[in-house]
Design a protein around this ligand. Structure first.
Ligand SMILES: [Zn+2]
Length: 231
């Protein structure tokens, strides 16, 4: 499976960035050269019309100077923020799974991520920590933040995003165990006053030894508690 050929270039560029290592040959170099493309992926302008309708409904004047370009910008922004739907997992992995005799815990933490809450279409964002214990196979470390981004650039709930990252590693590596912890601030909560500002939501998904063995889980959470030297 590969990306549909008709993605707008600004979306294709994001998909390429997630699928390819920096310096790797991008899948669609001609699109990179083309630049930002146009807002016209949806030639009918239905998204633009819908955003314009929202502006009218909230009592705004969509024709005033500051808002004239807003429907087009919003359309474009949402296609970028949901570019993860178009990422091909095979291209993302692209030969970066290696056979090794390493069976200690691998931990990648402080991975920044941004996603959109599917209930309000508002951002939630924070950091991810991903760990696994190999069973003869490891994945290139630089791929792990890209896996988070592939699932983050979609409409999400934090619980599912967490689970999808864990399941992906479980399926691809068949490791002895996987642990994923996400900590995030949800703008739909803090802006709407449901929770106090600064409230952080934590979700975790633990599979295999991370679920069944206390010692493994404790080691994982000890890694998370340990701050970076400069902190
Ligand atoms: Zn929400």
């Amino acid at each position: 499976m590969s990306s549909p050929p008709d993605l707008p270039s600004h979306v294709q560029r994001i998909v390429d960035e997630i699928e390819n290592e920096i310096g790797e040959e991008p899948g669609h170099p001609e699109l990179l050269i083309e630049g930002n493309g146009t807002d016209g992926h949806d030639p009918s302008g239905r998204v633009e019309a819908a955003v314009r309708q929202i502006l009218l409904e909230i009592g705004e004047d969509p024709d005033r100077q500051g808002l004239v370009g807003t429907p087009g910008r919003v359309h474009r922004m949402y296609t970028e923020l949901t570019a993860g739907y178009h990422v091909d997992p095979e291209r993302l992995i692209n030969g970066a799974i290696f056979d090794v005799r390493y069976s200690e815990m691998v931990v990648v933490k402080d991975i920044p991520f941004y996603s959109l809450c599917e209930h309000h279409l508002l951002p939630f964002f924070g950091t991810a920590a991903v760990a696994y214990i190999p069973r003869g196979r490891v994945i290139g470390l630089s791929k792990i933040p890209r896996i988070v981004e592939m699932y983050g650039r979609r409409l999400q709930v934090q619980e599912r995003l967490t689970q999808q990252v864990a399941d992906f590693l479980q399926e691809r590596l068949e490791p002895q165990g996987v642990g994923v912890v996400l900590e995030a601030t949800h703008l739909c909560a803090v802006m709407r006053g449901v929770r106090k500002p600064g409230t952080i939501m934590t979700t975790s998904s633990v599979l295999g030894l991370f679920r069944t063995r206390d010692r493994t889980r404790a080691e994982f959470f000890a890694h998370l508690a340990r701050h970076a030297p400069e902190a």
